[in-house]
Design a protein around this ligand. Structure first.
Ligand SMILES: O=C[C@H](O)[C@@H](O)[C@@H](O)[C@H](O)C(=O)O
Length: 471
């Protein structure tokens, strides 16, 4: 496979090559949003097999395996690890054009030095080589972070989490910083059955009996303080359908009481509750100087039979298509008008909303911070060459790509950091092609400064980091 994943992979002209090799390649990584388990980092876990590190939790791969006719037994079932790996190896040759085809081979090459095409014929050899490498040292979670020069990891954490592993990590002497991100979705989703149980849990961790909405808000505020003390710099919200229904605390207190009594709520009540609670949280984020991330528009768990069998985040999600322009614009406007909008990153799953997000971000730039409101990088089903190019072109068309905070993996795997390389190659190829086509001056230093900012410096500045240490 010597002509694949070569030095100049995805770099189609000389400008692109110079931009990547001279400006992007050697920069450290700031991965400000992912789903890595902090306990695996803190315990410096070494994964035993390629299946452990590659297939556990990776619903992207699971989805393609199912599409390839593989039985669930070999995907999320209890079968032998090697059998699972072989099922993936059988799938890989059929993934042409999918980013997983590139990611798989980049990961084999970068982490294991394996240059072979993964397929049923090479599977045994690759399994042995990779597992030997995993077991021979140098591949623990912390070593992988160091090897990839990861300076900052932003995990995704429930507000009721005690953050014990983050604390351990912060007390340790590491060249990287692992910070929690505050993800209060269960406290927003008042329409879900487990809402009341979550409220009770919040009460337990804050040592209060939450009886009314104001107790609940106090509990959230206490956890924001707690997260702040543990290095948190950002929140994250999974908003499946954007909402905005203006209301006030008194009305929402009544809605909360109703839910606590076990009564069912109307859609309007649910939206009012979510609106006020998000406004309240945004005011806390703003006071702390946190970044508010909104991931909007996933339609989740669309296969009930499989949801009952394998649970959430298992590969049964799609972009939804509910309009988000008005509610999102009104929501941000109301926050800005009220307590002031925190730094905000907007992501959407349906690419039909790219112009909406990119321009709504522009509506709330206020001159306080360059790129204060960001149109975030291509998320999930858009995380591929076309999706990333599309996102960056739209951002450049209607805003300033110069201040773009760039890539994050959103991943659950320690081998996904090579996706920063993938992103940087795509970025350099985009700018290099503009230079080649005479669309922009071929001033390599000037373009190189853009590449460095987008690959690393902008995120570092935006998150207030200095050499891996939170300022
Ligand atoms: O890239 C895909 C993601 O990891 C996806 O699983 C998450 O974005 C998750 O649904 C979430 O809500 O945070």
């Amino acid at each position: 496979m010597s002509n694949f994943i070569s030095e100049d992979f995805l770099l189609t002209n000389d400008y692109a090559k110079t931009l990547y090799h001279d400006f992007a390649k050697d920069l450290p990584i700031i991965d400000f949003h992912n789903h890595l388990p902090p306990d695996d980092i803190s315990k410096d876990v070494t994964f035993k097999t390629l299946t452990d590190i590659w297939l556990g939790g990776d619903h992207y791969k699971w989805r393609l395996m199912r599409a390839n006719g593989i039985d669930e037994h070999y995907i999320t079932g209890n079968t032998d690890e090697k059998e699972k790996f072989k099922a993936w190896a059988e799938t890989v040759p059929n993934t042409l054009g999918n980013p997983l085809f590139h990611w798989t081979h980049m990961e084999l090459k970068r982490y294991f030095g394996i240059d072979d095409f993964l397929n049923p014929e090479t599977a045994d050899r690759i399994w042995d080589m990779a597992n030997e490498k995993l077991q021979n040292g140098g591949m623990s979670t912390q070593q992988l972070l160091k090897k990839d020069r990861v300076e900052f990891v932003g995990t995704t954490d429930d507000p009721t989490d005690d953050l014990a592993f983050h604390k351990e990590l912060q007390d340790g002497n590491h060249p990287f910083q692992v910070a929690p991100s505050f993800r209060p979705d269960p406290g927003l989703k008042i329409d879900k059955e487990d809402f009341n149980a979550w409220v009770q849990k919040l009460g337990e961790v804050t040592n209060t009996e939450i009886q009314k909405y104001s107790d609940f808000l106090d509990g959230l505020a206490e956890r924001v303080d707690y997260f702040d003390h543990h290095g948190c710099k950002a929140s994250d919200h999974g908003i499946d359908e954007m909402f905005y229904k203006p209301t006030d605390e008194q009305e929402v207190a009544g809605i909360f009481d109703k839910k606590m009594r076990g009564e069912s709520l109307t859609n309007v009540e649910v939206e009012k509750y979510k609106t006020f609670t998000l406004q309240f949280l945004a005011s806390l984020y703003n006071k702390k100087g946190w970044i508010m991330q909104l991931h909007i528009g996933a339609m989740r768990n669309n296969n009930t039979k499989m949801f009952e069998r394998v649970g959430r985040d298992a590969g049964y999600d799609s972009p939804g298509d509910r309009s988000l322009a008005k509610p999102l614009s009104h929501m941000l406007d109301s926050i800005e008008y009220g307590s002031g909008l925190p730094k905000t990153i907007l992501y959407c799953l349906n690419p039909k909303d790219y112009y909406v997000l990119a321009t709504i971000a522009g509506n709330h730039q206020d001159g306080s911070t360059a790129g204060k409101v960001q149109f975030g990088t291509a998320w999930w089903f858009n995380d591929h060459i076309d999706g990333m190019e599309n996102q960056m072109k739209i951002l450049a068309n209607v805003g300033l790509i110069k201040h773009f905070v760039g890539m994050l993996t959103d991943s659950r795997s320690f081998l996904s950091f090579s996706r920063h390389e993938y992103f940087r190659r795509i970025l350099c190829n985009l700018f290099g092609t503009w230079a080649q086509d005479g669309k922009v001056p071929s001033d390599i230093e000037w373009l190189g400064a853009y590449v460095k900012d987008i690959s690393y410096h902008n995120a570092k500045e935006y998150f207030g980091l200095k050499n891996g240490v939170i300022l």
